[in-house]
Design a protein around this ligand. Structure first.
Ligand code: PGA
Length: 226
């Protein structure tokens, strides 16, 4: 669906939740909605078991993270090239990765490069204090191929979203820094009730949703309400 003629991205980030049975039941219950690009990002082990069904139910598949390294002796790491053909998108640099897994701007930049080489579109999460610093790691060519998600730390999982106007202003800042009309999403306590207030802002091209993406009825309502 387009809001003022723009492609909208609705990204469900399940984080480290759900059993495989719960994940399957969610996808089975979801009904495709025409218009927005709906991207489901389940945990790694569920990507292949879910991939066909996700597409059959009108969604696209994304991963929540990838390794900053290519194939090699990196025990436990999931290289971007391992996901080629399975996922179209990958979330990179989520604040939880930065906080709990000590990811740095350099690591995030390396992950973005790995994703682009593997033909996977990175969704790069940034907050205001380091937005410009993180984006300065990328070439113009790289910037033209990414999606950015503005995710203010205080809004994530708190039930207190940023105001749509401020989020729009941040999206404008990001587009100005990047000097390219790339999609900028907003993330942080988005729900079916408030999603329209964000996606109707002129510079916001969609939302990245955590908590409100876990229940299929709520997610369905959110997608339908844009
Ligand atoms: P939330 O999470 O929707 O639960 O606030 C958003 C996020 O972590 O990207």
């Amino acid at each position: 669906m387009t809001q003022a003629g723009k492609q909208l991205y609705l990204v469900a980030n399940w984080k480290s939740y759900k059993t495989l049975a719960e994940a399957r039941a969610f996808v089975e219950a979801y009904r495709a909605v025409d218009g927005p690009t709906v991207i489901l990002c389940p945990p790694f082990p569920y990507l292949w078991p879910l991939s066909e069904k996700v597409v059959a139910h009108g969604m696209h598949l994304g991963a929540q993270d990838i390794s900053q390294y290519p194939f090699g002796a990196y025990t436990g790491a999931v290289a971007a090239a391992m996901l080629t053909g399975a996922v179209e998108y990958v979330i990179v640099g989520h604040s939880e990765r930065r906080t709990y897994f000590r990811e740095t701007h350099e690591m995030v930049a390396q992950k973005v490069r790995e994703a682009l080489q593997a033909k996977i579109t990175p969704i790069v999460c940034v907050d205001e204090p380091y937005m410009a610093t993180q984006l300065a790691f990328f070439s113009d060519d790289e910037l033209a191929r990414i999606i950015v998600a503005y995710e203010p730390l205080a809004a994530i999982g708190s039930g207190t979203p940023d105001t749509p106007e401020r989020a729009n202003m941040m999206a404008e800042n990001i587009i100005q820094v990047v000097q390219s009309p790339i999609p900028v999403l907003y993330g942080g306590s988005v729900t079916a009730e408030n999603v329209r207030s964000f996606v109707t802002q002129p510079s916001i091209a969609g939302v990245l949703v955590g908590g409100a993406s876990l229940n299929v009825d709520h997610w369905q309502q959110l997608v339908e309400s844009v």
